[in-house]
Design a protein around this ligand. Structure first.
Ligand SMILES: Cc1cc2nc3c(=O)[nH]c(=O)nc-3n(C[C@H](O)[C@H](O)[C@H](O)COP(=O)(O)OP(=O)(O)OC[C@H]3O[C@@H](n4cnc5c(N)ncnc54)[C@H](O)[C@@H]3O)c2cc1C
Length: 453
């Protein structure tokens, strides 16, 4: 099967080196960071595509999709493969469509909208944008590797979300063109509200090929770290910065001890047994920040300018889901959850979790803005994995005390916590991928409807 697909594809792809069948490369391209989840690890490790193909332009892309449609071969798209839940792991074999060569930045418009192909790396866009007086509104901590298309299709937010909300908010994704898998693949253009049909649908209902991504005017940022005797002190300080309208911030992160102990490369900024706050704050506000830090009982442990994605140290490398990576390096028994606490009652929620799970559940907070403009403590807690049942216990308990959980230990959209309740992604799949060829198995409501269950 793999050989025959590869032979057929060689008709449409000019360079055979861009049709991959070598088992080790195919295995690498078929996987992302699914191994973050001890539950998904054994399930997804054996899943692999028959062939990977790297189209160089839209003609090749359309020809490959035309072939897949005629022969009813599944197609799973890959950006940079930094997703966490096996989002780009092909469950039913077929073609792995690697879009990393479709990486052109067409332009940045005068009003700050980047028009680009999906394979463009976010770090590249941030660097070019900053040179022109703009910057990304928000980005995942995988900034250097992750692609714009993969972020739109699989990500949710990140550094910058404390000011600009998640990817779905505030018209950040202005529009895109995507390819459908109807009777003939065709390009459809969406803008405004319609984008939500395809956004964060893991490439199950369309393949993004051209993107209009809104930026924001660049700011001179300072990266800043502080240590506090207790988590409560650290949280209160961070909350003041995050919620205070006068503070210009890009990142407000809080870690309880022992999480900072995992950050070996920046160990010199860590204080033994102490909680830690990481910030990106406007450089013009550093003096004010030092004043309120002094009255909050914190100790400044580092301040340095952010000069773009290649800055060293880059504090974002320790935040968002990079924190989990450092924890797993320190102790492979750690894994994570993705939560949202209530701004008003988070302290009670912290206390209830502490009483119930002790240090099995470690607090890692990332402040975010929601679609209504309210700031709240998002979180990617580090949790100790013992059994799947215990992990599910934690998730259920969180939900029972109104802590939102997007479950990162499932491999389908619906339970990941970000599926639209109005089902518009499912309706778009029925319309644009009626044969269920795009990333099959990842939108289970489609499978259920198709099989009449
Ligand atoms: C250490 C670490 C830290 C992370 N931190 C964050 C974070 O802060 N915030 C966050 O949101 N995420 C985070 N992630 C998850 C991930 O890095 C981001 O979502 C990233 O933007 C994914 O981009 P990618 O190019 O690697 O996408 P991929 O992993 O290649 O793809 C993601 C999904 O999108 C689909 N896809 C890719 N390209 C297209 C396209 N052109 N059209 C349609 N579908 C497509 C794929 O099929 C897959 O389902 C983190 C992951 C890791 C491992």
């Amino acid at each position: 099967m793999a050989d025959s697909i590869a032979v057929e594809l060689s008709e449409f792809v000019s360079d055979p080196a861009r049709i991959v069948t070598a088992p080790r490369v195919l295995d690498r391209l078929s996987h992302d960071f699914y191994w973050y989840s001890p539950v998904l690890r054994p399930k997804l490790a054996p899943k692999v595509a028959d062939v990977a193909v790297q189209p160089r332009d839209m003609d090749e892309l359309m020809a490959v999709l035309g072939y897949a449609l005629r022969e009813k071969v599944p197609v799973t798209v890959r950006g940079a493969g930094t997703g966490n839940y096996g989002q780009c792991v092909p469950l039913r074999g077929g073609i792995l469509l690697d879009l990393s060569l479709l990486d052109k930045l067409e332009t940045i418009t005068r009003d700050g909208v980047a028009i680009c192909q999906p394979g463009l790396r976010l770090g590249e866009l941030e660097a070019v944008a900053r040179a022109k007086g703009w910057e990304l509104r928000m980005y995942p901590s995988t900034l250097l590797k992750a692609s714009v298309g993969g972020f739109l299709a699989g990500g949710s937010g990140g550094i910058g979300s404390v000011a600009h909300g998640g990817l779905r908010d505030f018209d950040t994704v202005r529009g895109f063109e995507f390819v459908t898998m109807e009777e003939q693949p065709r390009i459809v253009a969406y803008e405004g509200e319609a984008v939500h049909e395809i956004l964060h649908a893991w490439g199950t209902n369309g393949i993004l090929t051209r993107i209009w991504f809104a930026l924001t005017p660049a700011i001179e940022w300072t990266q800043f770290t502080a240590a506090f005797d207790t988590y409560e002190q650290a949280f209160t300080f961070a909350e003041t910065i995050a919620c205070g309208r006068n503070w210009t911030k890009r990142l407000v992160t809080v870690f309880e001890w022992p999480i900072p102990d995992f950050f070996t490369p920046i160990r010199r900024f860590v204080r033994n047994q102490k909680a830690m706050v990481l910030l990106m704050i406007a450089s013009s506000q550093i003096d004010q920040l030092r004043e309120i830090l002094a009255s909050s009982g914190g100790e400044e442990t580092f301040a340095g300018s952010y000069d773009g994605p290649r800055t060293q140290p880059l504090l974002s490398d320790y935040t968002w889901n990079h924190t989990t990576l450092w924890a797993m390096k320190a102790d492979p028994a750690y894994t994570y959850l993705q939560c949202g606490f209530s701004g008003a009652s988070c302290r009670q929620q912290f206390q209830l979790l502490r009483e119930r799970f002790g240090t099995e559940f470690l607090f890692h907070i990332e402040f975010m803005k929601n679609g209504k403009g309210e700031i709240y403590p998002g979180a990617i807690p580090i949790v100790r994995f013992t059994t799947e049942e215990r992990l599910n216990d934690m998730i259920e308990y969180c939900r029972s005390i109104d802590v939102f959980v997007a479950n990162p230990h499932v491999n389908y959209l619906e339970d990941g916590g970000r599926f639209r309740p109005d089902n518009i992604q499912l309706r778009a799949k029925q319309k644009y991928d009626p044969h269920g060829l795009l990333n099959p198995g990842k939108m289970i409501s489609f499978q259920k409807e198709s099989s009449g269950r």
